[in-house]
Design a protein around this ligand. Structure first.
Ligand SMILES: *Cc1c(COP(=O)(O)O)cnc(C)c1O
Length: 432
């Protein structure tokens, strides 16, 4: 009999994969807590929360049960002209955690669509008010906002999107002043970025609809972190020019940076907040674009053409909303806050240990539950290091020359300690 892996190879095309040279995919049979298990029963510690979606560990029975219970009541209903309690309650509960001004919730079903919605709303906000010249967007070098065309346009990651660049709309880009522990140049990097922003603003100020950014951490370009102060300085400048602010918290939301949302660590509030990934605890796809009364009101009219004509078949799926409600309840519990703190401590200890034991480690950076560092003098972590992580039972996917851990909150201090010991052995075997 053929294995799942062999049957997969014959029929499936995987995301972000060069199918010709890729090693065999691993078939996962079941998962529990911080581990996923393959066909042979081998355990892998999921140190990247399965692409940043899992929050409280795999297979959490409370979330599983709420999905089951909801499915018996109402699995789905059209969300134009209809609503349901899980959607309303979820938005009410999320509102409690967000700035008072972010009080209008628009559903979609993944991070890219949450971004598309924000971009389209921002553009139409100005259009509806007769400001049809506001066609430009501002974004940061290295930003990642998803793989649909609008999201690619503001992201422009050449590794993922280069081939499509002729089709993108016009975006002005700002250097990202990434920083790390003991970085001596952070101030000059920030000053340079702000000076580029100033140039864009003086040249194009009344043509810019919005700025989009990943607050505090750029995820996909390698867990690149910046200071909250810098983002405050950016927002202060763009606000003076009547530019809307979009925070893409698809990755940073739901506790990853230590606070419920990264925006809590930044003084200014955005006009749009995009959230997805961790929202259902990693069980089902769901996303929200949250905005203000000011934006919402600009779409109110007796005429249809001012309405926001956008939606998806599975908008506000009740099963996903039920999972999200349970996950959100768990996020607020003291145990979860403690777990987030303990993961942060685990990173501090683990990365200090790597710095004293591995010559190749540099640019360490930690925020909340995210720990990252780079390997000196390489552009890409080698295939053999990647394979050795898996061989040793660690689910880690380096980004370029960066190794990062972004574990689910079920991960214990001891599990992290074990992971960092293994990481030390693997990078010392090969990188030196
Ligand atoms: C993953 C990600 C997206 C895209 O989300 P998908 O659900 O994969 O479409 C957008 N923005 C950020 C910051 C992300 O990390």
């Amino acid at each position: 009999m053929m294995s799942i892996t062999e049957r997969d190879k014959k029929i499936i095309w995987h995301p972000f994969t060069q199918e010709k040279t890729a090693t065999n995919v691993i078939a996962i049979k079941n998962a529990k807590g911080s581990y996923v298990y393959d066909e042979q029963g081998k355990a892998y510690l999921d140190l990247i929360s399965s692409w940043w979606v899992n929050l409280h560990g795999h297979g959490h029975p409370d979330i599983a049960r709420s999905i089951y219970d909801q499915a018996l009541k109402l699995e789905h209903v059209i969300f134009s002209g209809f609503t349901h309690s899980p959607a309303v309650e979820l938005c009410e509960n999320l509102q409690q955690l967000l700035p008072y001004s972010l009080n209008r919730f628009f559903f979609s079903d993944n991070g890219s669509t949450a971004v598309e919605v924000a971009l389209k709303m921002a553009y139409q906000y100005w259009h509806n008010q007769g400001q049809k010249d506001k066609k430009l967007f501002l974004s940061f070098e290295g930003g990642y906002h998803g793989d649909t065309f609008g999201a690619m346009s503001v992201g422009k990651n050449s590794l993922f999107h280069g081939v499509f660049s002729d089709l993108f709309f016009k975006v002005l880009s700002i250097p990202f002043p990434l920083t790390w522990d003991e970085d001596l140049d952070v101030v000059s990097k920030e000053e340079y970025a702000l000076s580029v922003l100033d140039e864009h603003l003086s040249e194009h100020h009344n043509k810019i609809a919005a700025i989009i950014l990943e607050p505090l951490v750029q995820g996909a370009s390698g867990m690149r972190m910046c200071r909250a102060k810098f983002i405050d300085a950016v927002i202060e400048k763009v606000r003076k020019q009547n530019i809307l602010v979009i925070f893409d918290e698809v990755m940073t939301g739901f506790g990853r940076t230590g606070s419920n949302f990264a925006l809590e660590q930044i003084d200014a509030n955005p006009d749009f907040l995009c959230i997805s990934k961790g929202i259902t605890g990693g069980f089902l796809p769901l996303a929200l674009t949250v905005t203000t009364d000011n934006v919402y009101n600009a779409f109110l009219s007796n005429e249809w053409k001012y309405a926001f004509a956008h939606g998806h078949s599975y908008t506000a799926n009740p099963l996903a909303c039920a999972a999200a409600l349970t996950s959100l309840k768990m996020l607020s519990q003291t145990e979860t806050k403690n777990a987030i703190h303990s993961i942060n401590q685990g990173h501090k200890k683990g990365i200090a240990y790597l710095k004293t034991n591995c010559q190749s480690v540099e640019h360490s950076r930690i925020i909340g539950t995210i720990g990252a560092f780079s390997i000196k003098n390489v552009n890409n972590i080698s295939q053999s290091i990647k394979e050795n992580f898996l061989k040793e039972g660690l689910l880690i996917r380096p980004l370029g020359n960066t190794i990062y851990l972004l574990p689910p909150y079920s991960t214990t201090f001891n599990e992290l300690e074990f992971a960092y010991k293994k990481i030390k052995e693997i990078i010392n075997q090969i990188a030196n």
